[in-house]
Design a protein around this ligand. Sequence first.
Ligand code: SF4
Length: 337
Amino acid sequence: MTFEEFLKKNNQPSFRLKQLNLALYKQYIEDWSEFTTWSKELREKIAQEFDFNTLKVINHQKSKKGDTEKVLFSRTKNKQLLETVIMKHKDGRNTVCVSCMVGCPVGCTFCATGTMGFISNLTSEEIAEQVLFFARKLKKEDKKVSNIVFMGMGEPLLNLDNVLESIEIFTNPEKMAMSPSRITISTSGIVKPLEKLLENDFKGRLAISLHAPTQELRESIMPIAKNNSLSELMTVVDKIIDNNNKRISFEYVLLKNINDKQRHAEKLVKLVKGKLIHLNLIPYNPVPGFTLQTSDRNQIDRFSAVLSRARVPHTVRVSMGKDIDAACGQLATKKTK
Ligand code: SF4
């Protein structure tokens, strides 16, 4: 049942929905009992129909520097586990990295979540709840969630309807009223749903995992690339840039001796030069049990220098939360580890 259906069933006027949105998504109430705008009777009715929390906190870790926090949640309905991260940047941004699945079917070889396989999709409420959890905490410090990135567990384009529904909660002026430009969907590059996103006129930002400059190498790092070729991916990327005139981010995890050599950087230049893109180089974050290694600093600098000489806009990402396994590619619930 939706909130709208609940109100209709209880013969309530339409302004009740506005009151509900205000309390949940702007005032960030923490329990139905705090929703005193409504009568006790109506509050009790909504509490019977809707669990206030779709997720329960199992563990909450903070990095030594205090700039990153990771929360292990359990789904109220079936106790499956997922993780969410917040990064508190020095410039004041508070970025929540949300999960959209429990596990992930994509199986990228460098990613801890990939080892879990697909367990289930999260609902739009469960995705929104991860952000609301941190929004309620930040409110107490007079701060806000400034950015949301779908870079946690799961592939957003394989749970697209729920992801788009959660984005409606984040961006609707009567709900969280965030600008779409503050929301990033990160994808391993699945071509069909990317085209759907293009048709839907998605207003947020896109980050596409490239990780290799050739089809062969990409397939060896990302099994999904077998059915989503680099050439098809670049064709849809060009279409998206043409339609929206908006910069796309490419993610490139640097894996020692696998994709971090000068020849890889030169091929990468050929692939992306002249496109309206920004390349994020991500030094690999080690995962226990994986044999992959982080590129040496000198190698990263040499790789970056090739891109600089070709004037390809790029940055080398500074990892946050490595000490609590909260950095890119490190999320996997304790049970799996
Ligand atoms: S990197 Fe993303 S898409 Fe790849 S396995 Fe991990 S969670 Fe899935």
